[in-house]
Design a protein around this ligand. Structure first.
Ligand code: SP5
Ligand code: ZN
Length: 350
């Protein structure tokens, strides 16, 4: 298994976020990566490969040009306006309000859907580095690798084509899935018969609203997400079972919302349903948005999974028999995060 690292991730380290009305220390810390790296090394996984950051051309496959322009310059414009804290919106252009101003404060509301994606001086560089790791993982699959793991930070699955939120700025998994779906290997007759297709399986505790929205009208990328029911959990406004895709994409999005308190056994039953949908679709590649906030001790989650569940999840995913890229998403129970990542990957490759 090849492992790709977002080596610039440490440039992004916001001091706080607003959670349920309170200011708390930012949960999505650089320490998450160090802990995973240590656990991988201890378990004998190969040395992670540091990759080049994604380029603007790479990012424009999934994100809008105006959003990328915003991300690249938001902090310097914020600073030029005399502001020094990380960029966070104070107001949003919701329906009924006007969206005319280009001042940095207005731009923040326009491109950010919540209060958990602050932009610092190094945020865009960090996000490009994470996107580069995911794209390198996709390339590895195209080169014939069966498994790859992109150790991405910041995570990506909440980021939409033109919106940051939920610790996410660039949608790493979506960039990788899009790269795979547009790949042409040439020389292999099967590719001439059918353009490549990709499934994204999102096992983060939170619904992958960004990934869903990016592929919602497409049928060459099936999106499947297992997550806490948005009727009680973030991101609240997306992730319900009746969201099935639109236009050509109708029938190519599957949401499996789950109750709080769900245990290993119940989770694995739901996973089977998701994997069956992927098997029925019959994609060439699989991208897994691998979040570990489903763990019982996670400070943000309300599921009851134990470490053993991640081994079963890895085994079940591998049984699809597909070239598979694991992309790191959430997971905030720091003391168990490294072990849980190693357990999932080990389950997959053995
Ligand atoms: C990538 C990822 O996992 N992003 C998650 C962002 C979630 N942010 C808001 C969560 C609000 C839910 N309230 C939790 C209360 C815990 N005491
Ligand atoms: Zn999450």
């Amino acid at each position: 298994m090849k492992i790709f690292l977002s080596s610039e991730h440490h440039l992004h380290h916001p001091p706080f976020e607003i959670l349920d009305g309170r200011s708390v220390a930012y949960f999505e810390t650089p320490q998450r990566i160090s802990i995973i790296l240590t656990a991988l090394a201890t378990a004998g996984f190969p040395q992670p490969i540091a990759v080049a950051p994604a380029t603007l051309a790479d990012l424009q496959t999934v994100h809008t040009a105006d959003y990328l322009e915003y991300l690249a310059h938001a902090f310097e414009r914020w600073q030029a306006a005399g502001l020094s804290a990380p960029v966070l919106p104070s107001a949003w252009p919701l329906p009924g309000l006007r969206m005319r101003s280009d001042c940095p404060q207005a731009a923040a509301g326009r491109y950010t859907f919540d209060l958990s994606a602050p932009i610092m001086e190094g945020t865009f560089a960090a996000a490009c580095s994470a996107a580069g790791a995911a794209l390198a993982g996709a390339e590895a699959l195209l080169q014939g690798e069966r498994f790859a793991y992109a150790l991405c930070r910041p995570p990506g699955h909440h980021a939409a084509a033109n919106m940051a939120g939920g610790y996410c700025f660039l949608n790493n998994a979506a960039l990788a899935a899009d790269r795979l779906a547009r790949s042409q290997t040439g020389g292999d007759a099967t590719w001439a018969l059918r353009a490549p297709t990709v499934a994204v399986l999102d096992i983060d505790y939170h619904h992958g609203n960004g990934t869903q929205s990016i592929f919602y009208a497409r049928n060459d990328v099936l999106t499947v997400s297992l997550h806490a029911d948005p009727s009680y959990e973030y991101p609240y406004y997306l992730g319900y079972a009746d969201e099935r895709g639109t236009g050509a994409g109708e029938g190519y999005n599957l949401n499996v919302p789950l109750p709080s308190g769900i245990d290993d056994r119940q989770y694995l039953v739901a996973l089977d349903q998701a994997l069956q949908a992927i098997a029925d679709y019959g994609p060439h590649y699989l991208v897994v948005s691998a979040g570990f906030d489903t763990f019982h001790a996670d400070p943000l989650g309300r599921f009851a999974l134990t470490t053993a569940a991640y081994r079963s999840i890895g085994v079940a995913i591998a049984q699809l028999g597909l070239p598979t890229l694991f992309v790191q998403e959430g997971g905030y129970a720091i003391e168990a995060l490294g072990t849980n990542v190693v357990t999932l990957l080990t389950g997959a490759i053995t």
